[in-house]
Design a protein around this ligand. Sequence first.
Ligand code: BEZ
Length: 211
Amino acid sequence: MTLQLGDTVPDFESDSTEGPIRFHDWIEGSWTVLFSHPKDFTPVCTTELGAVAKLKPEFDRRGVKVIGLSVDPVSEHKKWAGDIEETQGAALNFPLLADPDRKIADLYGMIHPNASDTMTVRSVYIIGPDKKLKLSLVYPASTGRNFDEILRAIDSLQLTANHSVATPADWTRGEDVIIVPSVSDEEARKKFPGGWKTIKPYLRVVPEPAE
Ligand code: BEZ
């Protein structure tokens, strides 16, 4: 069955470039990004892993753990890590899971047989501290992901979790946000004592709450 938003993500045990990992223990109450790669020693994946390694401080700042997955053994991942550092100017600084028997790929639905029987698609799972799936994305092997967009989505998810606000189209940090419809005006007066702007009764905007 497809993993859906709000589901508790499946647990698994697997080897990684940083040793064996039991996923639910590894999450340990943190926000987590799990992202899959079709295969080791492939060009787009090489650029993606370098991009995430460079952005690691941004994930850390948000309290988010990152973990990659590729359907090859750790011995191959370790050789590939040398290429990533050499070509992308950034060393792998987060674990890369090995999934040679496609156990995790099957659990998470990362193999889309009409795209490829053997390689995973580029899946992204943003998981909350409660181990529930908050957002997922699926890209084909030929399209590298935009990790700034993933950070932007994390900012939105964390604002919703902490402040009952949603974010409008193309929102970026520092711009006004939207009071979620489930918050009544009466509740909003307590949560947002500085007030808000009502554009329509269902469209109420406030400055981005401080962290
Ligand atoms: C890549 O990472 O470059 C890639 C992997 C599989 C198919 C196409 C591209």
